[in-house]
Design a protein around this ligand. Sequence first.
Ligand code: SF4
Length: 467
Amino acid sequence: MPAFPEAAREAVGNPTLRANLRHATHTIRDKRARAVAELDDWAALRETGKRIKDRTLRQLDTYLLQLEEAVTAAGGTVHWAADAAEANRIVTELVRATGETEVVKVKSMATQEIGLNEHLAAEGIAAYETDLAELIVQLGDDRPSHILVPAIHRNRGEIRDIFREKMGSWGRPAPEGLSDAPAELAEAARLHLREKFLRAKVGISGANFMVAETGTLVVVESEGNGRMCLTLPETLISVVGVEKVVPTWQDLEVFLQTLPRSSTAERMNPYTSMWTGTTDGDGPGTFHLVLLDNGRTDALADEVGRQALRCIRCSACLNVCPVYERAGGHAYGSVYPGPIGAILTPQLRGTASEVDASLPYASSLCGACYEVCPVAIDIPEVLVHLRGKVAEEGGKGHRLERAAIKASTWVLDHPGVLATGERLASATRKLHPKRLPGPGARQWTESRDLPELPAEPFRDWWRKNRT
Ligand code: SF4
């Protein structure tokens, strides 16, 4: 995967992608603004959500243990996974123990983060995505490009073609003569998925929230596919990031108001599914919760960066971001795209790779993401903080910068050398190139004019005219 600047350049050159993204993000952001404006106490809700999350993160260990106790008491089993490999291993063993070789999944970013589908496939287990957008991504052998609408980069015509060509090889084929009318596409997906829901014995889900006091998991969604996935199979395995815990039902109430308005611009999402362990004769008889760390406690240790763990994955920041709107989600090289991805991914994965080190720079720092965030994550602040870290570490692209800063510091500490340099630069100004050579400098000057140097340095002019 190339670093953000290269990946974004390719995306920006694709007019269909840009048009799809522009249309979708502008539609959602306008609707969201109207839905939020309906609430007089939006600012108070935002502040309360922020405080609840901060308080929970400060005592995360306590709340997670409380959650484990409650889930266990309700008949579930809790597993702790330090990283992606451990989580994948746990889930694979749990599926194997059922004797099944296929599972249905409801949209879960945590399982995408750990590459669960690929891992299961390598172990001979087929994982079927059931969220409509995820289904489109899976059938198209594609990658998600948006938190809420993973197939946002596809238009109706493209979706029809994917359904016609690929549905048959994954299960029930698309109906003959399928058009690109939304109702027909939705019906084709419904029939295709229904067959899988009725057959599957194992479901895998994520969760939007986990309530510590009762051990209840919560999934909010719009389609109802999630509810099928959570109730029909005999075994349910939920893979959830540790930061998704909230202490009480009263805390949950705040997020059930802010999440739907921020994400789909709805006053209330159509389906909110909640389950607490297992209940005889109702829903899955076996429930496993895999609590995923995978870099989250490292993020928690960073006093500025930890605010990214407040995120409730509403995607409002993506829909207002001028960089995301043009570059699209794939350019971020991570399951978390857009402004939140630019601060979360480098914290979860570290900044050793070129892709991750480039992410804090994938922003114009306009601040629109902070304005819309329902839990008031100061994304620009974290971006600048992470840029400082990346530059400190002196990774690729920053070695030159560090050397240049060191050299400039030395020159500025020696006024005689500085004055000689200024005179030399003025005397040779006709010979200066219009563009600077070298990586970084060349790109910088490709779109900017270098300032013209005066014929005489300021200090010489001052000495002649004012002393
Ligand atoms: S950072 Fe804020 S706006 Fe962006 S997805 Fe998370 S909660 Fe939503």
